[in-house]
Design a protein around this ligand. Sequence first.
Ligand code: OSB
Ligand code: MG
Length: 379
Amino acid sequence: MYEEWVIMYISDISIYILQLPLTNPFQTGFGRVDSKRTVLIKMRTNSGLIGFGEAAAFEAPLYNHETIDTCVYIIEKILAPVLLDNKICEIEDLNKLFRKFKGHNIAKCSLEMALWDIKSQEANLSLAQKLGGIKDKIGVGESIGLKTSIKATLEEVDERLDSGFQRIKLKITPGWDIQIVDAVRNHFGNIPLMVDANSSYSLKEFPVLKQLDEYDLMMIEQPLNSDDLWDHAKIQRKLNTPICLDESIKSIEHARKAIEMGSCKVINIKPSRVGGILEAKIIHDLCQENDVPVWCGGMLETGIGRAFCIALSSLPNFRLPGDISPSNFFYEADVLADSYQVDSEGFIKVSTNKGLGYEIETDMIERYKVSQIDLTTKL
Ligand code: OSB
Ligand code: MG
C-alpha cells in the first residue's frame, strides 16, 4: 500500500488593497504621507497552507519607480499568473521565474514573502529559523520624519529615547539639515544619531555634507541619487562619517559594486527594495564576508511587512538597529492581532511561532480594505 503523493503548489492568490489612516503624518525629502494605501497578499496552497506578504510601495514614484498601482498591476497581470501557471512551490523556483522580469522589486517581494511564510510553516519553523537567524532579539531605532519645527523634532526624539529606542535617525533635506542635527546634538548629547537624506543632495551641496562630518554621526544615509554609486564613492573618500546606501542597492550586483568602489561603509537592507527575502539574505552574506555592517530599513509597512524585517534582522550581520518601530506608531490599528513590542532597552523579541510569527487580524483587513482581486490556478 502506498499513499498518493501530491506535490504542493500555489492554488490561490488574493490581492488586498488597504487604505490605512496614519495617526502621525510622515514627511521625507521626497514628500508627505498622510494616509497610506498598501497591498497585502494572501497566498494559499493546494495543501491548505496560507501565507501573507505585503507590497509597501507609495502613491507616487518618489522613493523608487514603483507605486501602489504599479504593484497591483504587476502582481495581478504578470507575477501571480506566472506562479499559478507553473505550479510553483519552491522559493528558488519563484526567484528564477521572477528574475526575467525587470525591476518591480516591491511587487516581487510581496509574493515571495507569502511563500516564505508558507515554506516555514511547512517546515514547522519560524521565519527566523527558516532563514538561519541566530538572534532571539533585535535592536530598534526610530526614523523621525521632517517636521515643521525644531521643537516638534526634539519632543519626538525625547519620547523615543525615553521609551528605549537605541538610535535616532533624522530625515534631512537641503534647508533642514545642519540646524536640526545641531539642535538634537546640543540637546541630547552623545546619543547614537544618524541622518537620512533620501537622495536629496547633489555634489554641489557637498560642503553641507562635510559640515555634517563634525557631528559624530553613525552614518549619512543615501545623500545622492540612487544611480550615483560613483559619486557616492567620490564623497565617501572625503568624509569620515560612513555613508549608508538605501535606494542605490537594488540587488546583490549593486551591493557588490558599491563595496568594490567604496561607495559606502554600511548598507540598509530592505527586502522589498531588493526584490525579496532571499536576495536580502544574499546581500547580507556578501556584506558579512566583506565586514560591511547592515541594518534593516522600513517602508512604513504594516505588521505583516515588519514581521519579515524582524525575522531577517535575526541574521548575524544585522549589527545596527533597524527601522522597525511598531506599526501603531503610524497607523490607527495594525493587521496583526498580537503585534510585537519594543522593550525598555530598545529590543524586539524575535518570534518563535511558526511562519511569519504573528496572528493576522482578518477583521482589520476587511475594515481597511478598499478592493480585492482573487486569482486561482487554472490547472
Ligand atoms: O528611506 O528609510 C527610508 C519611510 C518611507 C520611505 C523611505 C524611508 C522611510 C523611513 C521610515 O525612514 C522607516 C520606517 O518604516 O520606520
Ligand atoms: Mg532611507
